[in-house]
Design a protein around this ligand. Structure first.
Ligand code: SF4
Length: 302
């Protein structure tokens, strides 16, 4: 069965989830904390009914080779009314050119925002930040209170946990790129609405096209569902390699995606199992990149 969904289907899925889920916020607000109970499959993070993974798990594929596929990737649909500009479809150049492209995207987003909701709860936009040519791009759901105040992604307690995860990988925060699906804090930190994802999501697509990381790490269910265009719940899909498909006409190969738990969920559910699963996911990312985890990080959880 082909379980890759169209964006419209994903947005519809978001819609249904908003009505079904009991969202639990973790301490200190960041991109949405996501603890919910899926009656069909047990505890999940912003879960969805179980479906097969988009792509087969490839945990046994710690290839140091770049995973970009040489063949043209299938086209990914984008929400109607917000096409990706032709300039953003072109292959990125030097780090400086990528940074300039990201700055242009950020400015264009700011010029036209808010444009997908009339009930924003934000005071600042949180576009994203990091190395414009990063190998790893972390994607969360939306800014929380701390991010809204700072105008930066992942700066509250969840941000500190994410930085801890990054350090455990032997990297620094400035070595990676960090963004959210939504660039503004939703009112009362609720889950993203379908029209918000439709309006803001394409800007994340442009960011991915500009950075063209080797691996995308999605943090939590909503980010995973948007990036992977799937409805599989995070507890089922985490730790399995997925793929991000670029939009039609993009000079960009498909990109490997590792879904894992949101750092806020790790804080909220601080168990050895959850931490171990996150660390296992991050080790998979390092293996994909041909990197060895630092010795001091051996045995650490998320
Ligand atoms: S969701 Fe994105 S596009 Fe919509 S108002 Fe917020 S920042 Fe702007």
């Amino acid at each position: 069965m082909n379980d890759r969904l169209t964006v419209a289907e994903v947005l519809s899925r978001f819609d249904r989830e908003v009505g079904l889920e009991e969202t639990v916020r973790a301490t200190g607000g960041s991109s949405a904390t996501a603890a919910a109970v899926d009656a069909a499959s047990g505890p999940v993070v912003r879960g969805a009914p179980a479906r097969a993974s988009v792509a087969p798990a490839s945990s046994a594929e710690p290839s140091p080779q770049r995973i970009h596929a040489p063949a043209p990737a299938p086209a990914r649909p984008v929400p109607e009314g917000r096409p990706i500009p032709a300039a953003s479809l072109r292959a990125p150049g030097s780090p400086g050119e990528r940074a300039a492209r990201l700055a242009e995207i950020e400015a264009r987003h700011a010029e036209t925002c808010p444009h997908c909701t009339t009930a924003t709860g934000h005071t600042r936009l949180v576009f994203g930040e990091g190395a414009p040519d990063a190998d790893i791009l972390f994607v969360g759901e939306s800014p929380g209170e701390a991010e809204d105040r700072a105008g930066r992604p992942f700066v509250g307690p969840a941000g500190e946990k994410l930085e801890e995860m990054i350090r455990a990988m032997g990297l620094r925060r400035e070595d990676v790129y960090i963004a959210n699906v939504l660039k503004s804090r939703p009112p009362e930190d609720r889950s993203p609405m379908p029209d918000e994802v439709a309006g803001c999501g394409p800007f994340l697509v442009e960011q991915i096209l500009a950075v063209q990381p080797r691996v995308i790490v999605t943090l939590g269910g909503p980010a995973t569902k948007f990036v992977c265009a799937t409805e599989t719940g995070i507890t089922r899909i985490r730790g399995t390699w997925q793929r991000w498909l670029p939009p039609a006409g993009a000079e960009c190969p498909e990109i490997a995606v590792m879904p894992t738990y949101h750092p806020a969920y790790v804080l909220h559910t601080y168990t050895m199992q959850v931490r171990g699963e996150v660390w296992s996911d991050l080790r998979g990312v390092l293996a994909k990149l041909g990197r060895t985890p630092p010795v001091r990080a051996e045995g650490q959880g998320g």
